[in-house]
Write a protein that binds this ligand. Sequence first.
Ligand code: NAD
Length: 493
Amino acid sequence: MVELESIGQSGTTRNYVDGGWRDAMGDGELESVNPATGEELATVPFSSAEDIDDVVRSGNEAFETWSEQPVEARIQPLFRLKMLLEDHQEELAELLVRDHGKTIAEARGELRRGIENVEVACGIPSMMQSGSLLNAAPEIDESAVRKPLGVFAAITPFNFPGMIPLWFLPYAVATGNSFILKPSEQNPLVAQRLFELVDEAGFPDGIIQLVNGGPDTVNALLDHEGVEGASFVGSTPIAKLVYERAAKNGKRVQAQGGAKNHIIVTETADLEFAAEKAVSSACACGGERCLANDVVLVEESVYDEFVNLVVEEANAQTVGDGLDEATDIGALISPEHEQTVRNYIQTGIEEGAELLLDGRDVTVDGYEDGNFLAPTVFGDVTEDMVISREEIFGPVVGLAPVDDVDAAIERMNKSQFGNAASLFTGSGADARKFRHEGDIGNLGVNVGTSAPMAFFHFGGWKDSFFGDLHAQGEDMIHFYTDKAVYIERWPDA
Ligand code: NAD
């Protein structure tokens, strides 16, 4: 069992409501399990519709006062939260590894990305300003302002439990709203600890709240008339459901979905560098990243050489417990998800892709109950194959030769998803074509995984995203506020 003050002897997670810890009272629960060891870490009871009523009521009551606080007062607890996150980063990273399975280096990197969002949101006094104009018309001055709206919810996935809640939370409260997080029920322990730190940071009661639960909890939030808007991050089918349900209920909504990302390698690229980045992009975090580029399209003239480099690099990865600093690839989230990835590998074989490296037969001494897979590499993956079209979310790389960069971009753009892509090249002309023609939200050139910093928006295109305003940075300020214009005339002023 994990030791956290908010969990205590009971071994169950609790909700953080109106500034205190409360048991969730709904039906259903899940065990949070260490994916590397099989150790049970905590029981996660789900929240009921009444729990959601309570949390939304406190959020709305707190909003009345918070939204009228001077902006400087609203960012002081965020500065304290930032320092608390820094002070507890290593402890949070270890908890994240135990609850998720990724490596300690990945957990540290993830938390750094989360903290950066808190830092950006501390700039709200400048970022929230809008324009004004003297003499916009005869004797009339006009100014635009941004106003907070009320209670916002965020529903987050299992794969970045430390970072993704922070894509939303700091911006929601800095702009003057109140905020409710519903983390993934598969690994909510980092959120549980994050909220202990939120409590210590001294936000007013009800401004930032936590509810644990599954689909019913999400639906109760989306259906509640006291919730102004919702952010969702998760798989595409659920993103669509959430988007439609929230919109039908008249709420603001942004829903980030799944992905299938490509790397293009031209003959002018530094092939060794590109191979290293291709393997880490597809396999780091066990492949459980929405930015994982797992289809690699390579110019025919360098295809064989590149395939050998990728197999060599993939073979050199160390699989094991993420808490061991020597581990490159940790455990997958659950035995069920490991089986899904195994099924995809079997499908790839049956579809006729060339199995160049088989990661299924891996054992990690002393971790017999862990959900481990080593990298699997397929060659000659054609565009009609399931493994070329669907998100696998495991350490699987699929390579294919292409005539040239035009053919590669054409194949990439046929994907139903548009989250991320990377090009490895020595040619500025190829890079420009890729930037201009790629129907993709995050485009990297000579970068393995194109993850934008917190002061840029984060979001995909096509079936990777439903909505218009993306996560992080300035988009969040637009999402969390509405605009009003003041038109004033003072005769004889
Ligand atoms: P998921 O869709 O299964 O779950 C995400 C959240 O939705 C969880 O909090 C869960 O409780 C809730 N949920 C699940 N089923 C629901 C239902 N029927 N109704 C309402 N809510 C429901 O996703 P996951 O497995 O936790 O995360 C992996 C997915 O997230 C991948 O597809 C990945 O690509 C995607 N993802 C996307 C981004 C992005 O920025 N586009 C970032 C991270 C992860």
